[in-house]
Design a protein around this ligand. Structure first.
Ligand SMILES: [Zn+2]
Length: 219
């Protein structure tokens, strides 16, 4: 869990919150909002990845980029989630494979998704491997070795955040359900509805005792 909501009411409490959270998380810097609000604590120790970068230059340098990107800046992806809180962590290696300029790496994110069985939120740890090669056109894309997916270079600068978002969308399973049998939840809910209906019927009898007599007469 990377983001932890806390409530604090004063500066002394703020210190305690800091200390407590510091112990629990591997990150050491946090953001706290103003007094009395529900604060969002975000990992700031890890740098943000650059949103745009010169792919060709980074590949020729063999650059490694490690950082995070907030989920709430990826609306296409968060539309699939239960909440948009949290970050994706990225470890990206730019390089060359013969004449090809490549990007490989790993993405990971702790997500809150919706269970498709009980429709309640559930945690899901998403891991995605990427292996991309820069191409200039469809022809080049078709002749790529199997190990690479094509990344079409449309401008000098590549929108890295968008590339990451695309990879996350591809890696997210279409259907996610709780590992435990959460159909219990549905049964309980059905039970509750039944009880409510029974109670409502009972109430009707109390309100109109003659209805019971009518029923008795019928029998
Ligand atoms: Zn479920």
């Amino acid at each position: 869990m990377l983001i932890l909501p806390v409530v604090y009411t004063g500066s002394s409490e703020k210190k305690t919150v800091f200390a407590r959270v510091r112990k629990r998380l591997k990150y050491k810097a946090f953001l706290l909002t103003s007094r009395g609000e529900t604060a969002t604590i975000a990992p700031l120790m890890q740098p943000l990845i650059p949103e745009f970068l010169d792919f060709v230059q980074k590949a020729d340098q063999g650059a490694v980029i490690k950082g995070v990107w907030p989920l709430n800046r990826m609306h296409r992806f968060t539309a699939m989630l239960h909440t948009d809180e949290g970050v994706v962590e990225a470890v990206l290696q730019f390089g060359r494979h013969g004449k090809l300029r490549t990007l490989s790496g790993e993405l990971s994110a702790d997500l809150a998704v919706t269970c498709q069985r009980c429709l309640q939120p559930m945690q899901y740890s998403l891991q995605a491997q990427l292996s991309l090669a820069l191409v200039k056109d469809d022809g080049q894309a078709e002749s790529l070795p199997d190990m690479f997916e094509p990344l079409l270079l449309e401008a000098e600068e590549v929108n890295l955040a968008e590339v990451i978002e695309d990879e996350l969308l591809l890696a997210l399973p279409l259907v996610l359900v709780h590992e435990h049998d959460c159909s219990d939840f549905l049964q309980q809910q059905a039970q509750r509805l039944k009880q409510d209906a029974a109670k409502a019927a009972e109430q009707k009898v109390i309100n109109n005792p003659f209805a019971v007599l009518k029923d008795l007469r019928k029998e």
